[in-house]
Design a protein around this ligand. Structure first.
Ligand code: ARG
Ligand code: ZN
Length: 472
């Protein structure tokens, strides 16, 4: 039976307002930053990206990158306009199929104004057609895209996406990726995840890489060049793809003696940190002059220089540990970098302990005893090092001593269960240093805030390194 409808005048007014989409009335611009305390312009507000589809073409001779990015996103507020982080030349933007106005503002802000405001919660597609020479792009005087003699490579932290695809460039907005790159037949394109297919025509080969678990923008990588590619499967059944530049010279054998142990190291780390979070693993070494490595998801980036004095399994242990600590469990804010680097460094100490090259306790004592209190090392607070000290060795080494201090305070049983529980409970999420402190207190039933304050937040050398717990 239909109810008789009595419409008082206020309800009628409300009804009329609803007839105009509520979002249009109160749509506002999305913020040009995600609110990071170190990098205010990184990322943007007002929407969440769930998927990036990058369909690109790259010519090594000219360093010209061109193509189309299709983003699937959901507004988290009614949006009159929104930003993506990007710098290459944009020729067209479509939002859900309709042409949208766009302009570059600020250091790396692509401001997009759709034809009509976007409704909160209603998914949209965003198509960006673009081209440019990424090595020519400098943001704050810096280029994340590096040329190699046979192509180029992009792998950088905390920001690298703006050099090659439009994004919401902050680890709090993770997404899945299809990276499809067409390159001349004599080079290959390497990216994250699995190579779903590869097709050649008219002198060009297209590589279709898929990364199907949540992935932060800075962990998305691309390398084009001449590579030797090895493929295998781990004992636990995970596909392994490694790629070595054909021009590594003397460093090829030492790189292989390190990275070919990826399967073994991943399986060992799974016994310490719990199930591996992703669907593929590997590593790659482009012919690039740089001195760092990066935990690019499923496929860490290594510099040839990492293997210049021989094999270096320890760096492989570090980058693979980041797959749990950094990639699966990511920072909430870049000031939380210790939740990445402290744990990845501690993984190297556990590897050393397992290999009989010194226990974690011995390595912690070495750091603690060999660096005098006056050294600037102790001025850096691993729990909030500042943007300019984000990758300071203190974040890594004092950060790992902090974990040994925790281990000694709570005992091995609780400590090793923590190392598994943390990445399991926070899988594919984001966490802060404070989240870890609370988590460790809950899991151990001990008040640990003062310990973490001493080891992570004081700009001075802690008075004592806690002795190992007797209960083991
Ligand atoms: N997360 C990287 C690692 O420790 C560090 C990258 C630092 N970047 C740099 N350009 N130095 O493996
Ligand atoms: Zn690291």
């Amino acid at each position: 039976m239909r109810q008789r409808l009595i419409v008082p005048s206020t309800a009628a007014a409300a009804f009329l307002l609803l007839a105009v989409p509520a979002s249009a009335a109160d749509a506002t611009p999305g913020a040009p930053g995600a609110g990071d305390s170190y990098y205010p312009e990184a990322g943007n507000g007002g929407y969440d990206v769930s998927h990036y589809d990058l369909r690109l073409k790259y010519q090594p001779k000219t360093d010209l990158l061109e193509g189309t990015a299709t983003l699937l996103a959901t507004p988290t507020q009614a949006l009159s306009r929104f930003n993506l982080d990007f710098t290459l030349d944009v020729s067209e933007v479509l939002v859900s199929g309709k042409k949208a106005a766009h302009r570059l503002t600020g250091a790396h802000e692509l401001e997009i104004t759709p034809a009509a405001p976007l409704e909160k919660g209603k998914p949209v597609s965003v198509v960006v057609r673009y081209s440019g020479v990424p090595s020519a792009v400098k943001i704050n005087g810096y280029s994340a895209w590096k040329r190699t003699p046979d192509g180029g490579v992009v792998a950088q932290e905390p920001e690298s996406a703006a050099w090659w695809f439009p994004s919401n460039d902050h680890p709090t907005d993770k997404a899945t990726y299809d990276v499809s790159v067409s390159v001349p037949d004599d080079v290959q394109a390497i990216s994250n995840g699995v190579l779903a297919s590869q097709t050649s025509k008219l002198g060009w080969t297209r590589y279709n890489w898929r990364s199907t678990k949540p992935q932060a923008t800075y962990l998305t990588t691309l390398a084009v060049g001449k590579f030797d590619i090895t493929t295998d499967t781990t004992a636990s059944g995970l596909p392994v793809v490694n790629a070595y530049s054909k021009d590594l010279g003397d460093n090829l054998s030492s790189a292989k003696a390190s990275i070919e142990r990826t399967a073994e190291i991943t399986d060992w780390e799974s016994t310490v940190f719990g199930p591996y979070p992703f669907t593929a693993v590997g590593g790659y070494v482009p012919n690039v002059k740089s001195s760092y490595a990066l935990e690019t998801q499923t496929r860490p980036f290594y510099s040839p220089s990492s293997f210049a004095s021989g094999a270096n399994q320890s760096i492989v242990v570090h980058e693979l540990a980041h797959q749990w600590f950094g990639d699966s469990v990511s920072v909430k804010d870049w000031r939380d970098i210790w939740v990445n680097e402290g744990f990845a460094t501690y993984a190297q100490w556990l590897w050393s302990e397992k290999e009989g090259e010194g226990t974690a306790q011995e390595l912690a004592e070495y750091v603690y005893n060999s660096i005098p209190a006056e050294n600037d090392f102790w001025k850096v607070k691993p729990g909030d090092p500042g943007a300019d000290r984000q990758f300071d060795r203190a974040v890594y080494n004092r950060g790992a001593v902090a974990l040994q201090a925790l281990r000694n305070t709570v005992g091995d049983k609780t400590f090793f269960s923590l190392l598994k529980q943390w990445p399991t409970e926070n899988r594919y999420g984001n966490a802060s240093v404070q989240d870890f402190v609370k988590f460790a207190e809950k899991a151990s039933g001990k008040r640990l805030a003062p310990l973490f304050d001493t080891w992570l937040f004081q700009p001075s050398k802690p008075a004592v390194l806690p002795a190992p717990a007797v209960d083991g």
